[in-house]
Each structure stands twice: as structure tokens, then as C-alpha cells.
Design a protein around this ligand. Structure first.
Ligand SMILES: *[C@@H]1O[C@H](CO)[C@@H](O)[C@H](O)[C@H]1NC(C)=O
Ligand SMILES: *[C@@H]1O[C@H](CO)[C@@H](O)[C@H](O)[C@H]1NC(C)=O
Ligand SMILES: *[C@@H]1O[C@H](CO)[C@@H](O)[C@H](O)[C@H]1NC(C)=O
Length: 375
């Protein structure tokens, strides 16, 4: 009876826990920005400082989104040094919040959605045109961000361009390189190949493009996450693909049409999201921990030897809910155990987080702790 009451009360608090979906991004100087960690935003600086003993700088300021959307995603507009946040506000899922990284200020851009579903899509932000391309309900949409680093008073609009040639059950995994949108894991396309949409010609290539590994093997035909490596200037030429099982990281180079394999993330979290700069691939786990692997474009021997590390300065500034929900932090295991209290939704779109609230792990610890005490 006592146990029942205690557990009921604690489970009640689990369901009342506010959902938090942080995201990570970079500014154009490759400072790592983490938004919505413990309800705050941080600038962790460049890679060289991440494993130091300082705290990341708190950059929380007014006008920011609450980061309580179901599937929050962030994008860097490199020409504008602005971060665009989609789905960062559960009260206004279609709004695009804009962070001007130079001015350190937030504004909210109103958006006309039309037939676009802001609750279910995957998207990339094209480097040169600053247009979003998104796949939603198997239609390709675009939205022109112009050169915005602060919101315009008139709304911007999602435009329904056309139906994709892909099967209607396709769950999009999208990546951008060389002004080409790559679609991974399209049903019927073999492992190691991607379908392509050529942005400048609004053209779906009729045949998939193969990106073999040097040994002739292929990245898996699997759901997963993808994110582009930036260049200091100019378009992205490579993107990382992290299959859902986190077994490896595949870096696809669209200049050479080859793939290189890197160590899989230490934390094997199918709900983790990723963001890359010029020299780092960053993982944000579903309980708010941040890890990275260094990357050197063109340096195969350095990349194949590279390993994952914790971004300590963010851990110090905003301790993740790891007490219970990340038994794998040091043992490369699975994250599933402590964080399985979420909605049980399917895989999330690119750059998205879905499922457990960031802090539900702690509450669950309390539940199990209480049960342990009583028995
Ligand atoms: C979040 O993403 C999942 C997976 O795509 C989807 O099922 C869910 O409806 C999305 N939720 C919202 C509120 O956007
Ligand atoms: C790589 O693939 C792209 C897209 O299919 C193609 O346009 C290009 O010619 C290929 N490049 C090489 C070096 O094979
Ligand atoms: C590749 O990386 C290794 C290890 O960091 C470094 O010593 C070497 O100089 C790099 N090579 C090139 C061509 O940058």
C-alpha cells in the first residue's frame, strides 16, 4: 500500500515532467552552441576548449524558444551567422526562432505552413540559397529564409514543390552536400547508395548514386541521422551518416563519391542528434549529454584513429540526467534502460529528438530508488 502510493506519486511526477528537447549547432567561427540544456543556452567555444576544466558560457537570453517542442531541430545559416530553430516551441510549432550569433539576440519569424506538417518532416538548409528543403508526407517543400538573421514582419511560407518519386512509406533521412539533397535509406535503394535531388535544377536524379567504402563495402540501408560537415567558406562537400544502431559513423564525400568509416559513438542512442562543423562531429544524446569526435577533411589515417570524448565544459555547466539513464557513458553500452519512459514514438527526423523528456531519467531513478528502499 505504501509502495503503491509512493510509486503512484512518483509516476505522476514523471508524466508531469516538462518535455525538453535541446539542440546543438555551431556559429560560423565553429563555437559549439547548445540550446535548451537544463533550460539554458550555452556557448562552449571551439573544439580545443571542450575537454578543459572551465564551464561553457551561459548565453541564455530573452526571446529564446522554450525548447519544449517534440522534435526541435537547429540549422546554421553560414552566410548570415544565424541559427534557425524549427519546432522549438510547443505552443507555436510552425514558428522559426532565429538566433543572431553575432548580436546574441533572438527573434521569432512567423511562418505560413499551407499543407506542410510542422509536426512531421525532415529538412536541410541549403547553403547557397538559404532555402529549407523539407520532406513531409512524401512531398518536397521549400521555404526561403532570404538573408534573415532577424525575423521579418511578414511571414515566410512553406511551398509545396512536388511529390517525391519515392515510396509513400519512406521515412526521410536527408543530408546536404554540393547543393544536392541526399536521401538515404529510400526503400528499394541498395546499401551504400543515395537518391539525389539537385537543388539548382529542381531535379530528382533518376538513378541512385553509389558511395562505396575503399574495401568495397557499403554503409547500411538503415534509418539513422545525417549531418553535413561545413567548409570555412563555400558549400559542404561531405556529410556524416550515423545509422540508428550507432555501429559506425560513415562520412560520404560527394566529390570523390566515396565513403570513409569512423568509430561509432560511445553512447549508442537511437534518439541522439548530431551536428558537424569543419573539424568535429557532435552528438547530443536524448538525456542531454554532449560528445564529439574530431574530424580532419582528407586525413583518412587521423579520422580512422579518432575516438569520441565528452564535451566536459557542457557537462560541468549543465549536468545531463545521467545518474540513472546513461549507464553506458563509460562502457559503450546501450542507453535504452533508464530512458525508456518516453512516448515510444518511432525514429525521429534528422536532427530531431523525440521520446523521453530530458529529466525523466532522474525521476525514474527516484522511483526505482524508492522501490529499492521499500524492499
Ligand atoms: C516527432 O517525430 C516523430 C517521428 O517522426 C513523429 O512520429 C511525431 O509525430 C513528431 N511529433 C511532433 C509533435 O512533432
Ligand atoms: C559523383 O556523383 C555525382 C552525382 O551522381 C556525379 O555528378 C559526379 O560526376 C560523380 N563524380 C565522380 C568523381 O565520379
Ligand atoms: C593527419 O593527421 C595526423 C594526426 O593528427 C597529423 O600528424 C598529420 O600531419 C595529418 N596529415 C595531414 C596531411 O594533414
Amino acid at each position: 500500500m505504501l509502495l503503491h502510493t509512493v510509486v503512484s506519486l512518483l509516476l505522476l511526477s514523471v508524466s508531469e515532467t516538462v518535455r525538453a528537447t535541446p539542440c546543438v549547432a555551431f556559429d560560423i567561427n565553429w563555437n559549439l552552441l547548445a540550446f535548451g540544456l537544463d533550460g539554458k543556452d550555452f556557448n562552449a567555444g571551439p573544439q580545443a576548449t571542450w575537454t578543459g576544466s572551465g564551464n561553457a558560457a551561459d548565453i541564455t537570453s530573452s526571446g529564446r524558444p522554450p525548447f519544449d517542442g517534440a522534435n526541435t531541430t537547429c540549422y546554421l545559416s553560414q552566410y548570415n551567422n544565424a541559427i534557425y530553430v524549427l519546432n522549438g516551441d510547443s505552443q507555436s510549432p510552425s514558428s522559426i526562432y532565429i538566433y543572431d550569433a553575432a548580436a546574441k539576440s533572438w527573434t521569432t519569424q512567423a511562418v505560413t505552413t499551407g499543407s506542410f506538417n510542422p509536426g512531421s518532416f525532415d529538412a536541410i538548409l541549403d547553403h547557397d540559397t538559404n532555402l529549407f528543403y523539407a520532406l513531409s508526407n512524401n512531398n518536397l517543400f521549400s521555404l526561403d529564409m532570404g538573408s534573415l538573421k532577424a525575423a521579418n514582419s511578414s511571414p515566410v511560407s512553406w511551398v509545396d514543390n512536388e511529390q517525391t518519386p519515392y515510396p509513400s512509406n519512406y521515412q526521410p533521412v536527408m543530408a546536404l552536400a554540393q547543393n544536392h539533397v541526399h536521401f538515404l535509406n529510400v526503400p528499394g535503394v541498395p546499401a551504400g547508395s543515395a537518391e539525389i535531388f539537385v537543388i539548382h535544377y529542381s531535379y530528382f536524379q533518376p538513378l541512385p548514386q553509389a558511395y562505396p567504402l575503399p574495401d568495397g563495402s557499403a554503409f547500411p540501408a538503415s534509418y539513422g541521422q545525417a549531418t553535413s560537415f561545413f567548409q570555412d567558406s563555400g558549400v559542404q562537400e561531405e556529410f556524416a551518416f550515423i545509422p540508428e544502431d550507432s555501429s559506425a559513423v560513415y562520412v560520404i564525400n560527394v566529390e570523390t563519391n566515396t565513403t570513409q568509416s569512423l568509430a561509432g559513438p560511445t553512447i549508442k542512442d537511437p534518439k541522439a542528434t548530431y551536428f558537424a562543423s569543419t573539424d568535429s562531429l557532435v552528438q547530443l544524446t536524448s538525456n542531454g549529454a554532449v560528445y564529439f569526435i574530431p574530424y580532419q577533411e582528407g586525413n583518412t589515417s587521423a579520422n580512422s584513429a579518432a575516438t569520441w570524448s565528452n564535451v566536459k565544459t557542457l557537462t560541468l555547466a549543465a549536468p545531463p540526467s545521467t545518474a540513472s539513464s546513461s549507464p553506458s557513458a563509460s562502457s559503450a553500452g546501450s542507453l535504452a534502460t533508464g530512458s525508456s519512459s518516453g512516448s515510444g514514438s518511432g525514429p525521429a527526423p534528422n536532427g530531431a529528438l523525440s521520446g523521453p523528456a530530458v529529466d525523466s531519467g532522474l525521476v525514474l531513478t527516484a522511483v526505482f530508488g524508492a522501490m529499492a528502499c521499500i524492499f
